[in-house]
Design a protein around this ligand. Structure first.
Ligand code: FES
Length: 100
């Protein structure tokens, strides 16, 4: 696999002791990973990867998604907002309404 142009890091709320306790997991961020990967596959988007992270220390904004390497942080990400983020990536844009 080539290095992705966009790597979407979805907060999984995991803490140092391995327990997911934060906002993001409680607001179904795990399902968000599955949704994003499904959309990427369905749309055939090249160069976009998805991974889950530990707590990003931005819990009040959860679920949080970071688009790396652009450095855009998205807040309150739902499946519908995830679709907007992918729309923006496909159009070379940023889903500005959902930035942290
Ligand atoms: S639990 Fe997601 S930012 Fe802390």
């Amino acid at each position: 696999m080539d290095k992705p142009q966009h790597h979407l890091f979805v907060c999984g709320s995991f803490r140092a002791n391995g327990t997911p306790q934060g906002n993001c997991a409680k607001k179904e961020s795990l399902q968000l990973v599955q949704h994003l990967q499904g959309e990427i596959d369905e749309r055939g988007i090249e160069g976009v990867a998805v991974a889950m992270t530990g707590c990003l220390n931005c819990c009040v904004n959860g679920p949080v998604v970071i688009d790396y390497p652009s450095g855009h942080w998205y807040k309150g990400v739902t499946p519908a907002i995830a679709d907007e983020i992918l729309d923006a990536i496909e159009n070379g844009a940023v889903a500005e309404a959902h930035l942290v």
